[in-house]
Write a new protein. Structure first.
Length: 341
């Protein structure tokens, strides 16, 4: 058995990583415990595909995160089902780790063929959005010309008519199937109702977007009064306790080293917090938009384009977290350094 040592992860989805590097779709694969990994393409996305998982049980098949709704995606899912000796009509139920379009999109088509759809109750809010994204930006002092430039690109994660859940899964709940244990681990942060799933006999943790081997999931402030970064860091501790399991993520490739990956993500956010405190000290009393524009991103701020919405939401999540700890103050308008103690 390969085990991750120290702070490194060990990639177990070797064919997936090779495909990633070659910029092609990875193969459909049969994994431990008879679970199938099926890549479902995401059109025009740097993520390229969602790894959908098919889990056979005694009374039918469960699909985890069926992927982005497109005809190409549906064809990919159908061919994965065929490899598993099944067809869409054999799908008993769908579990989504969260309701982003690249996970929940195809749930609707499976629900129409008779499958139930399951999710955590905290994802329901995202299915019933209150207020427009433009109002949300305005409430956070984003300049009007920026809002106009972003019009049409914001809220692209939202599905027009997403599948409603038939089953709600709380932390610790078992997915209702026969002859297979699939236990819910609530891991809020990336979204309020994000979940991971433990399959102890196969020795795997389905991690959704909570733990990916290469990239850090966006942790954005969604609702006033919440602290998604605090929730995310606590959720990292939750999954780090399952270090003996192989991680089956929703993107990129499979790996071992869940605790090591959790530590890396924690360290990433610690560094980000330090950068934000230092930047606020330099700027004086910036608004969150100005603050976000001064931070380092994967590309220069001028080139980020529509991703600026995510960037400012992520900045706010860090500011909220730091303000809760007294490292900054945030009036809602401006951010200021905490007085020296
Ligand atoms: Zn997501």
């Amino acid at each position: 058995m390969t085990r991750a040592a120290g702070d490194a992860i060990v990639v177990t989805g070797v064919a997936q990583r090779e495909a990633w590097q070659a910029r092609v779709l990875p193969p459909v694969e049969r994994l431990a415990g008879g679970i199938w990994s099926v890549p479902v393409p995401i059109p025009r996305s740097p993520l390229r595909y969602t790894l959908s998982y098919l889990i056979p049980a005694d009374d039918g098949l469960v699909v985890i995160d069926p992927g982005w709704d497109s005809d190409e995606g549906w064809a990919a899912l159908e061919s994965g089902l065929r490899a598993a000796g099944a067809a869409p009509g054999d799908v008993l139920g769908v579990v989504v780790t969260h309701v982003h379009s690249d996970h929940h999109g195809l749930s609707k088509r499976l629900q129409e063929t008779g499958a139930w759809v399951a999710m955590h109750p905290a994802e329901l809010d995202a299915l019933n959005p209150s207020g427009s994204p433009a109002d949300w930006l305005r409430a956070h002092d984003v300049p009007e010309q920026e809002i106009a430039a972003l019009a049409g690109t914001i809220g692209q994660h939202r599905l027009s008519e997403p599948a409603r859940p038939d089953v709600l899964l709380e932390d610790g709940d078992a997915v209702p199937v026969k002859g297979r244990t699939l236990r819910t681990v609530w891991t809020p942060g990336h979204t309020p109702g994000h979940i991971c799933l433990v399959e102890p006999e196969a020795g795997v943790l389905l991690t959704g977007d909570h733990l990916l081997p290469r990239i850090s999931p966006n942790i954005g402030l969604q609702r006033p009064g919440s602290s998604p970064l605090e929730a995310f860091l606590e959720s990292l501790e939750q999954v780090a306790a399952h270090d003996e399991l192989e991680a089956l993520p929703a993107h990129e490739y499979r790996f071992r080293g869940i605790a090591a990956r959790a530590r890396q993500l924690r360290a990433h956010h610690d560094r980000r917090c330090e950068e934000i405190v230092a930047t606020v000290e330099r700027l004086g009393t910036p608004g969150v938009w100005e603050l976000a524009s001064q931070l380092t991103w994967s590309r220069p701020w001028e080139e980020i384009g529509p991703m600026r919405v995510g960037a400012v939401a992520e900045t706010m999540a860090h500011v909220r977290y730091l303000a809760d700890r007294g490292a900054l103050t945030w009036s809602g308008d401006v951010v200021t350094a905490a007085p020296q103690r």
